[in-house]
Every structure is written in C-alpha cells, then in structure tokens.
Design a protein around this ligand. Structure first.
Ligand code: LMR
Length: 394
C-alpha cells in the first residue's frame, strides 16, 4: 500500500535535530526543541521527581488498571494547580492524558464529535501542531493576528478584531503563558478582553498550558486561565507536565472542561472518558503518579517549587544576558524585546535564509521560523549566539 506514497513533511521543530546530532563542530549550539538545559547544558531529572519515583518504586504494590480517566489524585492536583479556587471543583471535568499534546488532541476530537462545524482559531504564529492537528482531524481552522513583528510584542488590537469574527461554538486556542513561539504574552487586561469577546460571540476558549511556572510564577502564569474560568460558561484547558516537571518522555498531561455544575459537568466527564477509552483506553500512569505525589506531599512540593523557580530564574538570566550581549554587539536595542518575553521561546526575527546562515556559518541551530529555545542557552553559549546573531541579522 505504501509503494506510491511519499513520506509526509518532516516535523517543523524536530526536523533539524538529527542534523544537529550529526554536526561535527565542537562549538555547535542546540536551540531547537523546547528543552530546559542547566548551566552544563544538560536536562537532568528533577530531584523531586527522583525522590517521588523512589517512593513509588518502594511502595507500589500493583500495576492493575485504574479508571479510564487515569489517576484521580493527579487530576485533582492539576486542577488545583491550574485553576486554584477560581471555580468550584464540581464545575470541572477532567482526564489524564498522554502529555499535553494528547490533552489537546482529546479536546479537539471531542469538539469535532460534538460540534463538527466549529472553527478552531489559532494565533499567528503558534505551535505548528495546533493547526496540524486541526487539519489532521478535519476541523476547519482560522488564524488570528497575534504578534506585532515590528515591536516583537502583542498585536492586541489585531487579535481582538480578528477574534470578534468568531462564531458561537468556535474554539479559540490561547497559550496560557509563555507563548510558543513568540514569548509575547497577554496581560490580565488582555485576558479580560478575550473573555469579553468569548461572551459576545459565544466562542469557547481552549487554553494550552505547557509552561506554567516558566514565565513569572505558578499563580501568575495561570492568572489569565483562572480569569477566563470565572467569566465564561465553558472553558477547556490542556495542560502539560513535560516542562515544569521535566517529565518530557513520560507523557503526563490533563484535559479539563469547566462547565456548569451537575448534568453538564457529568456529561463533559463522560465524553472526556469516552475519548480516552476510544483512543488508548488508559492514560500512562508513571508520570501522573509522580506528579500526584509531588503535588500532595509538602516536602516534595517544596523541593519541586524550588527547582522550578531555579529553572525560571535561569531562563530569565539567559534572556537578559542575550539581550545585553546583543546590545553590545549591535550597538542598538533592536533585540531588547528578548529580555521582556516570557518562557522558553522567542522569535528572533530571522528569515529562513538567516536561519540557514546561523546554522551553516555559526553552528547555531534555531527552528526554521526563527524560534529560539532561550532555555537552551548557557553562560558559555550566550556570547557565541549573540555574535552569530549580530553578524547574520545585525
Ligand atoms: C516544542 O515546541 O519544542 C516542544 O513543545 C516539543 C514539541 O513537542 O514540539
């Protein structure tokens, strides 16, 4: 059956990873995939995770099935991490998923099943999987303006104007914090505007929360999501534990639906469970169990929050150091926005030819749209990258 087929386009983010591995240059710098790297350029297992895993190993007596929704302690812990007390628990349905990507997938598929005519609104730019997944599922998608390419900040007016064209039942995908790929985030007053647009149009917001704790802090990063939960009748949240718990390959995530209490919540829970059952029956448990333990044990939680704070502070330091080095190299403030962005990523404003030049002439690898994983920088690589950027983009 495959004889007459060509392989699909390679993934936009992982496309260059193999090329990086094969690059023999000793001073090569990998700023591709969203991985946090410490001062030694490594992505170690967090201490809190190691300790939780040790406890699981010692105390777990069975690996028999859980319910289709997964570990209930994990779902409750994540609900409270994401929503705190913004809405009563009885309004929230939730399932554990195979990482944040599959939380999105379960929600998209649920939307397609229940509202096949819904359009999915995606920021321009966005994580490429948002549009790719909508297409894969046959959901119509539209883009809304998001980034002002001149200032490298939010195009607030353009965004709200575009979103006002959403129809009742459409889904508006929002990045909860640390916008991927731009690093430009909404302020609380922008979130208020989004809530107003959703109420006026009847569109349903879907918050993709992949980096909670990597921007300003756990509560600050979730403030927009909590605000929406309080304002709109229905909200979806897809959250990932890949980055903030460093559980990348273990695939822990949750899909939440905030709705009205009672029958609507029970219906949402039933439909989410049916998504898990039909797609993979049971979500993986190990990462979820690890997060459950960390969130509910005071000592582990404190340890994890300290490690998360340290990762966030390293990213912020990287951002400032890079912006300062670029100021020194270029004699201008052209890259000043890099210091103001939030989270792992920034768009550096490079054309595809400039991305190629960074890679070919300077061994600096960024994604083709000019997305840089700032969390992949170290004290040693900041000056190398700043010099390369100044030469290629300056
Ligand atoms: C990224 O955007 O680099 C990460 O979220 C990894 C992925 O799955 O694309």
């Amino acid at each position: 059956m495959f004889e007459h087929l060509l392989p699909p386009e390679p993934d936009k983010i992982f496309r260059l990873t193999g090329q990086f591995a094969a690059d023999p240059r000793a001073d090569k710098v990998d700023l591709l995939v969203g991985l946090y790297r410490n001062a030694h350029g490594l992505t170690p297992v967090l201490g809190a995770v190691k300790e939780a895993e040790r406890r699981i190993l010692e105390t777990q007596t069975t690996k028999s099935y859980l319910g289709f929704e997964g570990d209930r302690g994990f779902i409750a812990g994540m609900r409270s991490l994401l929503l705190a007390d913004a809405v009563p628990e009885a309004r929230v349905a939730g399932i554990a998923t195979v990482g944040g990507t599959s939380a999105l997938r379960q929600i998209f598929e649920l939307v397609r099943t229940l509202m096949p005519d819904a359009q999915v609104w995606i920021s321009d730019p966005s994580w490429p999987i948002h549009a790719g997944m909508a297409e894969h599922l046959g959901l119509a998608h539209r883009s809304y303006r998001y980034l002002d390419r001149d200032s490298n900040g939010l195009d607030r007016d353009g965004m709200m104007e575009d979103l006002r064209a959403a129809r009742a039942g459409d889904i508006i995908v929002l990045h909860g914090c640390c916008h991927n790929p731009s690093g430009a985030d909404l302020t609380l007053s922008d979130w208020e505007d989004v809530a107003r647009v959703c109420l006026a149009t009847g569109a349903i917001p879907l918050v993709d929360m992949a980096y909670q704790g990597f921007g300003t802090g756990l509560d600050e990063d979730a403030a927009g999501t909590r605000l929406l939960a309080q304002r709109v009748p229905t909200l979806f949240v897809a959250a990932s534990c890949s980055k903030n718990f460093g559980l990348y390959r273990d695939r822990a995530g949750v899909a939440l639906a905030v709705t009205s209490q009672g029958a609507a919540r029970d219906a949402a829970q039933g439909h989410l469970i049916a998504m898990n059952r039909n797609n993979y029956s049971f979500p993986p448990d190990h990462g979820a169990r690890t997060v459950d333990l960390i969130l509910h044990d005071a000592e582990l939680r404190q340890m994890w929050e300290a490690e998360l704070t340290s990762m966030r502070e390293t990213i912020t330091r990287n951002r400032r150091a890079l912006a300062e080095s670029l100021r020194a190299e270029t004699g201008s403030d052209r890259f000043g926005a890099l210091a103001a962005h939030q989270g792992m990523f920034s768009l550096i404003g490079a054309t595809p030819a400039q991305v190629d030049a960074l890679r070919e002439d300077h061994a600096v690898y960024v994604v083709g749209d000019g997305r840089m994983n700032v969390a992949g920088l170290t004290e040693q690589t900041v000056p190398i990258v700043a010099r390369a950027m100044a030469q290629v983009l300056g």
